[in-house]
Design a protein. Structure first.
Length: 261
């Protein structure tokens, strides 16, 4: 497994300085935010060309909503996701992180046609992902479906649900990602959930129980990391968390803690 960090967690006057700091701290990859990334592509490529740091992933940043009640909003999300898959591929990133929807349901309850709005949303998402999978396969950048905790989305909360969707889509271009902060709230057993999802798992977000740096909360990372190591997980794990002051010192502490695991 390779350690990465979200771009915004690094201090520095320029991107080149932030990437140099990531390298000094022992990271191998940096996760970029998708919003405005196409416009920054030349700058990002230039900065990456003078460091060992790789672009691990692109995090979200598309407009619209895949599960909106508005056809235009869904189409906008599809177009933006396709465009960001191209950007991710140009950067050599594993893929683009996609949250199917934030918040509550936007579609109407079509009972008795569907047992619940969730079933309708699931069917719609599978249809959309089958379409997007073509672009993912063509570019080589994967769609990374991210489950979030119940306070951020009603729709996809656990890895098992994401695996079910990815299996039905049936494309190597659509994969699952796991976020330790969300898993700490939603999964009964994080190590077991990771083991069951490993076949489809292509990315991880790292944060402790309080969404601070790993090692700064009360989450026990030992069993989950053992599951990942035994299962041969070889993709990135990117820090997505609050970094308390003094930032550089605490980042170094957290990297040391994680590498010790
Ligand atoms: C939101 O809580 C989250 O974990 C992000 O990765 C969503 O893009
Ligand atoms: Mn996340």
């Amino acid at each position: 497994m390779k350690l990465a960090i979200q771009e915004n967690l690094l201090k520095g006057d320029s991107l080149a300085e932030r990437l140099a700091l990531a390298e000094r701290l022992g990271f191998e990859g940096v996760e970029f935010w998708g919003s405005g990334l196409r416009e920054r592509l030349a700058e990002v490529k230039q900065a990456l060309s003078v460091t060992k740091i790789k672009a691990s992933t692109v995090c979200s940043g598309y407009r619209g909503d895949l599960l909106s009640a508005s056809k235009e909003e869904r189409a906008l999300a599809m177009r933006d996701i396709e465009a960001l898959l191209e950007v991710a591929a140009e950067l050599g990133a594993v893929g683009l992180i996609v949250v199917p929807t934030f918040g509550g349901p936007k579609l109407p309850d079509l009972g008795p046609l569907y047992p619940s709005v969730w079933h309708l949303e699931r069917e719609l998402l599978i249809r959309e992902l089958k379409n997007l999978a073509r672009k993912a396969e063509e570019t080589g950048a994967s769609i990374l479906i991210e489950p979030l905790n119940r306070y951020e989305t009603h729709f996809l909360n656990r890895l098992e649900q994401a695996v079910g969707i990815v299996e039905e889509v049936g494309s190597p271009g659509v994969a699952v990602m796991a976020d330790f902060f969300h898993m700490n709230i939603e999964e009964a057993n994080i190590a077991e959930s990771l083991r069951s999802a490993l076949k489809y798992l292509k990315h991880i977000h790292l944060a402790d129980s309080n969404r601070w740096l790993p090692g700064f909360g009360h989450l026990d990372f030992r069993e989950p990391f053992k599951a990942l190591r035994e299962g041969g997980y070889r993709y990135y794990m990117a820090m997505e968390c609050y970094v308390p002051e003094p930032k550089e010192e605490n980042l170094a502490k957290s990297v040391k803690y994680l590498k010790g695991l």
